[in-house]
Ligand binder design. Sequence first.
Ligand code: AMP
Ligand code: MG
Length: 360
Amino acid sequence: MLAEEIMADRDYPPFRRSARDGFAVRAADVPGELHVIGEVRAGEVFRGSVSCGGAVEIMTGAPLPECADAVAMVEHTERSGDRVKVTRSLNSGENFNAQGVEARQGSIVLSPGCKLGFAEIALLAMVGRECATVYRRPRVAIVPTGDEIVEAGQQPEPFQIRNSNAWSMAVQVAGAGGDPRILPIARDNYESTRERMEHGLTHDLLLLSGGVSAGKYDIVERVLADLGAKFFFDRVLIQPGQPLVFGTAQGKFFFGLPGNPASTMVTFEVFARAAVELLTGSHEVSLRLLQARLSQDLRQKTGLTRFLPAQVSADGSTVTPEPWQGSGDVPSLARANAFLVTEPDRESWAAGDMIRVLLK
Ligand code: AMP
Ligand code: MG
């Protein structure tokens, strides 16, 4: 993410640049037969000017000779010796880019908070900036919680499950421009959770998964409160993902995301992604929402905004719910390429109705 203003070091294009291979001419002279007085290639300048009835053979990217005001495309010419017949008429200004039309010297071409994608990097190179000041990626601590959780590389007992949330969150954090740091699993006891949280709060943002529901061993909120946390909210009217906690502690923001894999993924996308993006220095946050046509009827209970795994067609026009067994169904989440987003006050949709879709 860029942290400074970038200015054009000179006009772009820096000269009147031919956009075609052909002949530099005076538009008023064509159609007609002209006298070829020379050639100009990219990387050269033609010393001289195009007089009435004259033409200079020119290549794409070469500077237009003085007094020429158009380029006849080679496809519209017939050459014989030092004569060239231009078969079509031209307007002044055709087939070349005037000096400075893309950017004027000294004008701002990139502003702080701009994400440096491939085109922006090309622009930096174009204006001669081999180095630029950027924001450091925010370090995002990821703390999984749960006595039943084992690391992905371990063989779980029949009653244990592997830690998948830390990995989905790490990919989401990286996708939002953050630098994910997965910390060891916090156990469902005060000491372990507090120790991990204190470590997590030394980062720029703390993301916890699990331990925020109403269960007897869901102690994340209590530990956060003891660490002096200020809570902005601890519940949202969406499913999956209702018990979502957001606040600050020790000068850092934190999210306590519910531990069900679908809840963790959805609450990250809808809430935490924006926080990571803002911490990267970005001024804009993205929620990849679009509208698509349902391929089948749909019924839902009202009261909550629901996010259901779904398949959006390649052209983005239609969406089909993906069969799923609820918030723990990771295979369904992996098959899906999007979530259907239902409205909380609507119970049924017919095939063909438009519905909101959150891209995965
Ligand atoms: P919790 O929010 O702690 O009540 O967890 C809700 C459900 O999510 C439980 O079935 C947990 O086993 C599961 N879960 C919690 N943390 C993880 C994790 N890191 N990876 C996969 N599943 C998890
Ligand atoms: Mg738990």
